[in-house]
Design a protein around this ligand. Structure first.
Ligand code: IPE
Ligand code: IPE
Ligand code: MG
Ligand code: MG
Ligand code: MG
Length: 294
């Protein structure tokens, strides 16, 4: 693979397009409307950060790109499912996603629920069956990581805590770690499994790197909800306020929130400093995310 983030992004996009073709566009599923809804939600507009993290981690350890495809595709399926359900009237009730009407607006609620469910099961199907050189042990480990990160101790549990409401920075951080951090961390972990690395020092450092970024990523998301514009973010502005969510900006104000985001990114970069030039892409990715406007 490559040493520049730009090239990796382009490669990631191409590989994902091919994977979506295999799993969503080409098959003749009998449930055509469901297939259309899944395809609609997955195509265009997403930043593809999680697949990018899988490929970036893999390239650090010189893993074959073919062995990174299934986890890259699976994590984007799970993430997209989480967004479809997150937008439903019973959750955030949001009508715009990735610059287009949300899945339940473009189709209907029942179809959107099923599109989320089906993207979720397809993720595990792809991990188990995608043609590559991963061993059965590696596949099982990825399935375990993704299952854990999507479930009650991960994204879904975090979403439940979000709905229940939080009342302090500590509970807010815990909720962010689960609802957003878990899938970002799983991306890096699956990239490490595909690379067969065993060095616990490096593994722990990369985990802390992505945990810091994961927390910063959700805080930025909350900040963009206040400061961003819908044209750029592809999501309605002011949604958190409308839903009376407690967030970093609402608790600490804009300036303090910006400071905390910076600190988290610099802690993340610190953690991977010892990897030197090898970790250049992960470093570039952190800077890229620090500056994000969408
Ligand atoms: C949005 O994630 C939801 C959060 C977890 C903050 P992204 O900002 O990665 O959304 P897409 O995939 O680019 O649409
Ligand atoms: C993250 O939180 C959502 C998920 C884990 C799916 P948000 O509800 O803030 O995400 P956006 O802003 O709608 O993308
Ligand atoms: Mg939400
Ligand atoms: Mg939302
Ligand atoms: Mg948000």
């Amino acid at each position: 693979m490559t040493r520049s983030l730009e090239n990796l992004m382009a490669q990631c996009q191409l590989r994902l397009e091919n994977l979506f073709e295999i799993y969503l566009l080409r098959p003749n599923y009998s449930a055509t409307r469901l297939q259309q809804a899944m395809t609609y939600a997955i195509q265009n507009g997403g930043k593809r950060i999680r697949p990018l993290l899988v490929y970036a981690t893999g390239q650090l350890f010189e893993a074959a790109a073919e062995n990174l495809d299934a986890p890259a595709c699976a994590i984007e399926f799970i993430h997209t499912y989480s967004l479809i359900h997150d937008d439903l009237p019973a959750m955030d009730n949001s009508d715009l996603r990735r610059g287009k009407p949300s899945c339940h607006k473009a189709f209907d609620e029942a179809t959107a629920i099923l599109a989320g469910d089906t993207l979720q099961s397809l993720a595990f199907d792809a991990l188990a069956t995608h043609s590559n050189n991963l061993s059965a042990q590696q596949r099982i480990e990825m399935i375990r990581i993704l299952g854990h990160a999507s479930g009650i101790n991960g994204m879904a549990g975090g979403q439940a805590l979000d709905l229940a409401g939080v009342d302090s920075i500590e509970t807010l951080n815990h909720m962010y770690h689960l609802k957003t951090g878990a899938l970002l961390t799983a991306s890096v972990k699956m990239g490490m499994v595909a690379s067969n690395i065993q060095d616990t020092h490096t593994m722990n450092a990369l985990e802390t790197y992505i945990e810091n970024i994961g927390l910063a990523f959700q805080i930025q998301d909350d900040l963009l909800d206040v400061l961003g514009d819908a044209k750029t973010t592809g999501k309605p502005q002011g949604q958190d306020n409308l839903n009376q969510k407690i967030t970093y900006p609402s608790l600490l104000g804009i300036e303090k929130t910006k400071e905390i985001i910076q600190q988290l990114f610099f802690s993340a970069l610190n953690k991977i400093e010892f990897l030197g030039n090898d970790a250049e892409i992960l470093r570039q990715l952190a800077y890229h995310l620090l500056q994000r406007k969408q």
